[in-house]
Design a protein around this ligand. Structure first.
Ligand code: KG4
Ligand code: ZN
Length: 335
């Protein structure tokens, strides 16, 4: 069965075709560069932009796979969490297509899709495992008993890790999205130059906090006024190290506490090279197997939605015209 996956939850219009037998058949993404000049995603502009690009991205996804609409066996769409206007564009399109083709349509939890992006490399998720979900809107630890059974065991109390990258980039005048910009600037810097805070909570649990780091970076920058390029590189490298240290330490602690032998990364920040390297090294030293999605499937993409939808559809699910969007909430278990 060929499944169409649709991702429009934020600022990427991304569609993909996937089948269990042949894997990914096509994957087309239109990123909205228009938000750069505002230094962040403007929801109203994002939904209108999705409306403009969705049909041509859909046509391109079919054409590249050399399949017609009649070949589709089902449709999956990210229906939350995300920006309500952006989600509505994708869900409206998915439902009308399903109705016209008389095919099933399923809503895909965007975060579950990020988790299952790990399977796009060809290997099934090794469970039980712990997954660190790090994106622009989420920083969470999930204990995954098996695909379909998720337990949220840690969460951020304030900013998400991606949000911290984005805000620090803005403070340093590095542009948007901030994660890749901070990573690039940090390459020329010294990660030990500035001792930024690493928020760790003594109490049981695996929560995160990044607002203190953001404040510390702001105070550092404000106190110095104009920063030289060398100082910018040092701030970027030191702030990135503070984020990475906390993410890695918490994840490994969590894996140890639950006796889990596999850790996974998921979400846009999983593309961060220092995070991948440190998680791999620390997990290795602890005798825990480390996994991460291929780089191209870390940030928002339709491929992860198509892969997740294929799984849900294979259990006979069809959400039909009742499918609605939601703006927040952890992954719920379905198996
Ligand atoms: O998963 P994603 O594409 O969208 C959400 O669901 O939020 O994640 C986007 C986030 C942004 O905050 C972006 O700055 C961050 O992922 N990001 C990175 C990197 N690439 C993207 N953060 C750190 N290093 C990167 N290389
Ligand atoms: Zn995402």
């Amino acid at each position: 069965m060929i499944v169409l996956g649709i991702e429009t939850s934020c600022d990427d219009t991304s569609l993909a075709l996937y089948s269990r037998e042949r894997g990914l058949l096509s994957h087309v993404t239109a990123s909205q560069l228009v938000h750069e000049e505002y230094g962040g995603v403007v929801p109203e502009i994002a939904s209108r932009q999705h409306m403009r690009t969705l049909l041509s991205v859909y046509d391109a996804a079919l054409a590249r796979a050399n399949v017609g609409a009649g070949d589709l066996g089902g449709i999956g769409v990210s229906n939350g969490p995300g920006l309500v206007g952006s989600l509505l564009v994708g869900v409206g399109f998915a439902k009308s297509l399903a109705l016209g083709l008389q095919k099933p349509v399923v809503g895909v939890h965007h975060i579950e899709a990020h988790v299952l992006a790990n399977e796009l490399g060809g290997e099934p998720l090794q469970c039980p495992c712990v997954v660190l979900v790090v994106s622009g809107g989420h920083t969470s630890l999930y204990r995954v008993e098996r695909v379909g059974r998720y337990e949220l065991v840690g969460n951020t109390r304030d900013d998400a890790a991606g949000e911290a990258f984005d805000k620090i980039a803005k403070l340093l005048g590095l542009g948007f999205p901030g994660g890749p910009a901070v990573q690039r600037a940090a390459e020329a810097g010294d990660a030990g130059a500035i001792e930024f805070p690493r928020a760790m909570f003594d109490r049981a649990g695996f929560d995160f906090s990044f607002s203190g780091l953001k404040t510390a970076v702001r105070q550092y920058v404000d106190a110095r006024g104009e920063l030289t390029p060398a100082m910018v590189a040092n701030v970027a490298a030191s702030a990135q190290a503070a984020i990475v240290d906390v993410l890695v330490e918490r994840t490994i602690q969590c894996a140890r506490a639950f006796g889990l032998r596999h850790v996974y990364l998921a979400g846009g920040v999983a593309a961060n090279r220092p995070l991948r390297a440190k998680m791999q090294a620390t997990a290795g030293a602890a005798g825990i197997a480390y996994h991460a999605p291929l780089l191209e499937f870390c940030t928002d993409n339709g491929a992860m939605v198509a892969r997740t939808a294929e799984l849900l559809l294979s259990f006979g699910r069809d959400d039909g015209s009742a499918l609605d969007v939601f703006t927040r909430g952890a992954i719920s278990s379905w198996s």
